[in-house]
Design a protein around this ligand. Structure first.
Ligand code: GLU
Length: 419
């Protein structure tokens, strides 16, 4: 059950930390501590060797108050109910903070996509979609990519849902390939959003990105795009980590060459003598740098790691990378400018919103339009958060949570309790 999960408790601790700062009746927070709805389905899949294997899939709809549920679908061997519940809760605050007409949701299937063939992956995805079709919809719950899923997964979901309902419905899902009603700029949106936030934070810290140093944990869709965008702005990327290890190279990595290697080999192993740069996770996070970007997964920075951080800006590309314990230290560390996850990685869901709107209208935007609107929304959310933080004397996480939680809580309060 989700109540036993440390990550769920981390998300709960964040919600609890702002409750007293928001002037609304207590009952409304009771409703926000638990998800509105959790759907768990079993997914039988015929594997390539002829055996039938069972998988468990979950969709958690934390809040549907502000609009249809919105959030990614994660394929990972670590997926459990508490993780998905916590991530759904974070989606509620994230959509609210950037003012999108969505509630918060998240999905997960406990599987190891790296060990599955394309055919197995497709059968898993299609059967899961069929099982949850009664609970999703363009006005009910709209999924998107997350760890272990990609554009292809979204195309299968779009196709299965449309086939099941007999109606072409691209707006059932976002993060689709551009060829099948996806939007330009979705693949790079989260990473670009992270860098737009870093640019705003750098202005506040008086830091120039040219010749700054950056360390990025994670080299998936978020980490690699962030590293490339920082590299393009003249920053020296001196640290990168992926599943194969943590690497520090003080002279700086050739990020474009690394991306090319990754596309071919799916890991950084074997890249230009990278084995010689291998360090422990502790050394990696203790590396002196201007910008540290945890863009891998949740709970990577605990109290101990937070105490040893030597960066000026900590930009949370991943969801929930800092534990509650880390947060205690980060609040005391005035030398670090934190860009909290619900703001920092909101670029993905912002462009998902654009994709949903384009799908509904069947009217498609240019890449430039998408990027301009992304910048407008995310930079505005950054400034609103940092101004609110200054006005109230809050740290950035508290400020972002206050704004996000307030919007959802206030909408629940205004709509009232049924019956
Ligand atoms: N999975 C992404 C996130 O955590 C994107 C969600 C979406 O686009 O709906 O924000």
């Amino acid at each position: 059950m989700f109540e036993n999960s440390p990550f769920y408790h981390q998300a709960l601790a964040q919600l609890n930390s702002v409750e007293d700062k928001i002037d609304l009746p207590k009952g409304v927070f009771e409703r926000l501590r638990v998800p509105k709805r959790t759907i768990t389905v079993s997914i039988p899949v015929r594997m390539d060797n002829g055996e039938t294997k069972m998988f468990l899939g979950t969709r958690v709809q934390h809040s549907l108050t502000s609009g249809p549920g919105k959030g990614g679908l994660r394929y990972s061997p670590h997926v459990e109910a508490g993780e998905v519940t916590a991530l759904a809760m974070l989606m509620s605050w994230k959509c609210a903070l950037v003012n999108l007409p969505f509630g918060g949701a998240k999905g997960g299937i406990n599987c190891d996509p790296a060990k599955m063939s394309l055919g197995e992956n497709e059968r898993l995805t299609r059967r899961f979609t069929q099982e949850i079709t009664p609970f999703i919809g363009p006005n009910t719950d709209v999924m998107a990519p997350d760890m272990g899923t990609n554009e292809q997964t979204m195309a299968w979901i779009y196709d299965t849902y449309s086939t099941m309902t007999g109606v072409n419905c691209p707006q059932i899902i976002t993060g689709k390939p551009v060829a099948v009603f996806g939007t330009l700029g979705r693949r790079t949106a989260t990473g670009f959003g992270v860098v737009y936030c870093i640019e705003e934070a750098a202005k506040e810290c008086g830091l120039k990105l040219t010749n700054s140093t950056a360390v990025v944990q994670g080299f998936g869709n978020v980490g690699s795009v962030t590293a490339q965008a920082l590299h393009d702005r003249g920053a020296k990327v001196i640290g990168i980590a992926d599943v194969s290890g943590n690497y520090i190279r003080p002279s700086g990595f050739n990020v474009p060459a690394m991306i090319a290697h990754m596309e071919k080999h799916r890991t950084l192993e074997g890249f230009e003598n990278i084995a010689a740069d291998k360090v422990t996770k502790e050394q990696f996070f203790a590396q002196q740098c201007d910008i540290m970007v945890p863009a891998a997964m949740e709970m990577q920075i605990n109290g101990e790691v937070a105490r040893n951080l030597k960066c000026r800006i900590l930009a949370e590309g991943a969801n929930g990378p800092c534990t509650a314990d880390a947060d205690v230290h980060l609040r005391e560390r005035k030398d670090i400018f934190l860009i909290p996850d619900i703001l920092c990685n909101s670029g993905g869901v912002i462009v998902s919103y654009f994709e949903w709107v384009q799908g509904i209208q069947m009217y498609f935007w240019s890449a430039e339009e998408v990027d301009n609107k992304l910048q407008q929304l995310i930079r505005r959310a950054f400034l609103t958060t940092s101004q609110f933080a200054k006005r109230r004397g809050y740290d950035m996480r508290t400020a972002a949570l206050c704004l996000g939680v307030f919007k959802v809580a206030n909408e629940k309060h205004q709509r009232g309790l049924f019956p």
